[in-house]
Write a protein that binds this ligand. Structure first.
Ligand code: PBG
Length: 328
């Protein structure tokens, strides 16, 4: 019996060479951005318990990490400071200290590996005694407009230290325009802004908050981070941030929000980043350490999923490993 089929899609999957010809999306080392956690001291490395394979590093070791990442072809890092409680206060004053750990680390990276794009995080939480991204008033309310100048000062201090791209993750209203203005007034018109535009109030940030000891001391982040149920709101936030001058926008977390990445990438005139967050990393790592999944294959499939959804760059704790695999 001869079966006649007009379409046999399998013909395009016959061999690896044909599959490579028809492949629609590609993962490249240049898509990757590695997040790094900074601690005070010299030659110090502290593993993050809930993120096996990831450590907090003192500045000198962060510089070494950046050299390695640069050699591997990773174009950018994003930095987060893990600070002692003694330097934290209600106004996150340490965040604008030009001689602070964060600023010194930015300068050290730019001095040793100038080609590495250094992205910073702008939010009060690592420096705040309240553990919130914005200023907490006496009634426990996050005050948007008191927070804006604090974020602006933090941004200018980071730019002064040599940061290439400022990435506000705080989700206050109007912060992109406010920061853009402050950067321009201070002469940093060349410094870009990557806005965490659609950042959800997510339980997937748990391991990150362990790494920085930055969990809110009271309440949650639901009055500023987005409700996981919403997608139109992500579009609204994105368009506002682009209007206010964002050079790039971000969706965060990644895996449970691939539909948001797709929706945002369809309306955005600027490149879209996705943040494959700490909890996503921890789940894949834990399953692989139990021998339940093939780590390399699962990670590469996950990365490709972000590209397929429309992301042009991926912030991921897997970046160094992925770069090694892609180069190898
Ligand atoms: C802080 C910030 C968070 C992350 C990036 N910047 C945590 C939070 O909002 O509580 C999470 C990153 C991750 O989980 O990997 N503004």
């Amino acid at each position: 019996m001869t079966i006649t089929l007009t379409s046999r899609p399998r013909r395009n999957r016959v061999s690896e060479s044909i599959r490579s010809l028809v492949r629609e999306n590609h993962l490249k080392v240049s898509d990757l951005i590695m997040p790094l956690f900074i601690i005070d001291g010299t030659n110090k490395q502290q593993p993050v318990e809930s993120m096996p394979g990831i450590s907090r590093f003192s500045s000198d070791l962060i510089v070494q990490e950046c050299e390695t990442l640069h050699q591997l072809g990773v174009p950018a890092v994003v930095l987060f400071p893990a600070l002692e409680d003694s330097v934290k206060d209600a106004r996150a004053s340490e965040s604008a200290n030009d001689n602070g750990l964060y600023q010194r680390t930015i300068a050290a990276i730019k001095a040793s590996v100038p080609e590495m794009t250094v992205m910073t995080d702008v939010a009060m939480d690592p420096y705040s005694s309240d553990g919130h991204d914005g200023y907490v008033d006496k009634n426990g309310v996050i005050d948007n407009d008191i927070t804006l100048p604090i974020l602006a000062e933090m941004s200018v201090s980071q730019a002064r230290a040599g940061a290439d791209i400022i990435a506000p993750s705080d989700m206050m209203d109007g912060r992109v325009g406010f920061i853009r203005n402050a950067l321009d007034e201070a002469g940093y018109t060349h410094v870009g802004i990557l806005a965490y535009s659609a950042k959800y109030a997510s339980a997937y940030y748990g391991p990150f908050r362990d790494a920085l000891d930055s969990a809110p001391k009271h309440g949650d982040k639901k009055t500023y981070q987005m409700d996981p149920a919403n997608v139109k709101e992500a579009i609204r936030e994105t368009l506002l941030d682009i209007d206010e001058g964002a050079d790039m926008v971000m969706v965060k977390p990644g895996l449970p929000y691939l539909d948001v990445v797709r929706a945002v990438s369809e309306v955005s005139e600027v490149p879209v980043a996705v943040y494959n967050v700490s909890g996503e990393y921890a789940m894949i790592k834990a399953a692989s350490l139990n021998g339940w999944i093939d780590y390399k294959k699962v990670v590469l499939e996950t990365m490709l999923g972000f590209k397929r959804a429309g992301a042009s760059m991926i912030l991921t704790y897997h970046a160094k490993e992925v770069a090694r695999w892609l180069n190898g």
